[in-house]
Ligand binder design. Structure first.
Ligand SMILES: [Zn+2]
Length: 451
C-alpha cells in the first residue's frame, strides 16, 4: 500500500466539519485521503514536510478550451463577436490536426498542474474521432483529473454555430467514451453543447437527451453577448427550448445576460454556472453572472475559458471574480446614497468557487473539492513563509491574494505528486516542448490572420 503523510502544514480543508487546522497532517493511502488531523502516525509512510506551507484542495477549473494553449497571446485584444468568432472558430480551429489537439491539451494540462489546478473541464472541438482521442491522450499523459467535454467540431463555424441543424456525432462520442474514458479513474465525459443560442430548438433538445443518455454533464455556452440580452434584445429567449430540461447535470457557461428570474429558475433546478470573469470582462459577454447567481441562492464556479488570451492560472479568476462583484455591489450601495461599510463575497467564498463548487458542477463532489477523509487525494501546497507571502496571518487570504504560482511548491493528483519542490515531475514538459511551439507556429502561419 502506498502511504504518504503531509506533515505539519496549515491545512485548509474547506470541509465545514473539519475546518482549518494549524500544524496538522494529511494522511494519504493508495490515492485516498484517509485522515486529517494533528499528530497523525506516519507509520511507514513517505513523509512530506509541509511546515511553512498551506495545504489545501487543488483548484477546479470548470471551463477552459485547453487546445488553444499553443496559440497563446493572440487574443488579448480580441472581442467575442468580432475577432474570436472570425479568427478562432472561423479559421484556426479548423486547421487543427490530431497532434495539435494533443500538444495544446498536454501543455494546457501541464500549465494547470503547475499553477495548482488538479481538475479541469476541457471544452473541446474535435474535428474527428482521432482528434478527440489525442485530446484525451494529452489529459491522461499530463496526469490531470479531467472532464473531457466533446463539443462541436472546429472545422465549420457556419455549420456548427449559426442556428445549427446538426447534432453532435453520437457514434464517435460513444466510441471515445467506451475506448478511452470509461475505464480511466481520472477521466470522465461531458458534452459541450451549443444550446438554443447557437442551434435549432430541436437540436438543442436532442443534444441534451444524448448527454443524459451518456450520463455526461451537459455544459453549454449561453447568454453571452448583446444579442442574448434581456436588456437590449426584444427577442430575448433566456433558456428557450431547454428551460424545462435544466438539472444538476447541466452547467451553464457565462449566463451574463439572463434575467434574475431565469437565473433563479436554473438555480432552483440545480444547474451550475461557470463564470469566466477575466475573459467576460474583456470580450463583451456582459457582466459576470456572479451577483445574480448568489442572489438566487446558488454559487458560481470559476473558469479560465479562452487561454489564447489569458493565463491558465486560477488565481486570476478567483481575484477577478470576487473583486468585480465587490465593485458592482459597492457601486449599488453608493448609488443608494450609503457609504460602503462592509464588502460582499469573501476570500473563502471565492476559494470555494475555485474548489468544491467546481467539483459539484462537474459531478465530482464525492471525490474531490475538499480535504475530507474518503475523498481522493488532490492536494496542493503553497509556500507561506516566503518573503512575498509571510507573515501568513490568515491562510485563506494568503492563498487568494498574497501568493502566485511560484509559491505552489507541490501538487498531488490521486495521491501522486505531479509537481514536487517547485518543479513538474513529468518529462514531457521538456520532451514535447519543441513540437508544442512548432504546432502553434504552423497553425498561425496557415491561418494567415495578419498577426
Ligand atoms: Zn468557452
Amino acid at each position: 500500500m502506498a502511504r504518504t503523510i503531509i506533515q505539519n502544514g496549515t491545512v485548509v480543508t474547506l470541509d465545514p466539519d473539519i475546518g482549518d487546522l494549524d500544524d496538522a497532517d494529511v494522511l494519504v493511502e493508495d490515492g485516498e485521503i484517509v485522515d486529517v488531523g494533528r499528530g497523525l502516525s506516519a507509520n511507514g509512510a513517505e513523509v512530506v514536510d509541509a511546515s511553512g506551507h498551506i495545504v489545501l484542495p487543488g483548484f477546479v477549473d470548470s471551463h477552459i478550451h485547453m487546445a488553444q494553449t499553443q496559440v497563446r497571446g493572440i487574443a488579448g485584444d480580441w472581442s467575442l463577436m468580432g475577432e474570436y468568432f472570425e479568427h478562432m472558430l472561423g479559421n484556426i480551429t479548423g486547421l487543427y490536426q490530431p497532434e495539435d489537439m494533443y500538444l495544446g491539451g498536454l501543455f494546457g494540462s501541464l500549465e494547470k498542474l503547475h499553477t495548482g489546478t488538479t481538475t479541469a473541464l476541457d471544452w473541446s472541438y474535435p474535428n474527428s474521432l482521432e482528434h478527440g482521442e489525442r485530446a484525451v491522450d494529452a489529459l491522461r499523459d499530463a496526469g490531470l483529473r479531467a472532464v473531457y467535454a466533446w463539443g462541436p467540431p472546429g472545422d465549420d463555424a457556419a455549420k456548427w454555430w449559426y442556428e445549427s441543424e446538426v447534432g453532435l456525432p453520437e457514434e464517435q462520442i460513444r466510441e471515445l467514451l467506451d475506448e478511452e474514458i470509461r475505464d480511466d479513474d481520472l477521466l470522465s465525459l461531458a458534452l459541450g453543447l451549443r444550446g438554443p443560442d447557437f442551434c435549432t430548438d430541436e437540436i438543442a433538445r436532442s443534444d441534451m437527451d444524448l448527454a443524459r443518455d451518456l450520463d455526461a454533464v451537459a455544459t453549454i455556452h449561453m447568454g453571452a453577448a448583446l444579442w442574448t440580452s434581456s436588456l437590449y434584445n426584444e427577442d430575448y429567449q433566456g433558456f428557450g427550448s431547454i428551460s424545462d430540461m435544466l438539472g444538476p447535470d447541466v452547467n451553464i457557461a457565462h449566463a451574463n445576460n439572463f434575467t434574475q428570474e431565469d437565473i433563479q429558475h436554473a438555480v432552483d433546478a440545480g444547474a451550475s454556472f461557470s463564470a469566466t470573469p477575466e475573459v467576460e470582462m474583456q470580450m463583451g459577454h456582459g457582466v459576470p453572472c456572479t451577483g445574480k447567481v448568489l442572489e438566487a441562492g446558488g454559487n458560481v464556479t470559476w473558469g479560465v475559458d479562452v487561454c489564447s488570451n489569458i493565463s491558465g492560472d486560477m488565481g486570476h479568476q478567483m481575484r477577478f471574480g470576487m473583486q468585480t462583484q465587490r465593485m458592482l455591489d459597492n457601486e449599488e450601495t453608493m448609488e443608494g446614497g450609503e457609504e460602503v461599510t462592509e464588502v460582499t463575497i469573501s476570500c473563502r467564498d471565492t476559494l470555494k468557487s475555485a474548489t468544491i463548487e467546481g467539483a459539484k458542477a462537474l459531478n465530482l463532489e464525492d471525490e474531490i473539492g475538499t480535504l475530507t477523509p474518503g475523498k481522493r487525494a488532490d492536494i496542493i501546497m503553497i509556500e507561506a513563509d516566503d518573503f512575498l507571502t509571510a507573515p501568513s496571518h490568515n491562510p485563506v487570504e494568503t492563498v487568494v491574494f498574497q501568493s502566485d504560482p511560484s509559491h505552489i511548491t507541490d501538487v498531488m493528483v490521486d495521491g501522486e505528486f505531479r509537481k514536487r519542490d517547485g518543479s513538474l515531475v513529468n518529462p514531457l514538459v521538456d520532451e514535447e516542448f519543441d513540437r508544442f511551439v512548432e504546432s502553434g507556429e504552423r497553425l498561425l502561419d496557415e491561418a494567415d490572420i495578419g498577426l
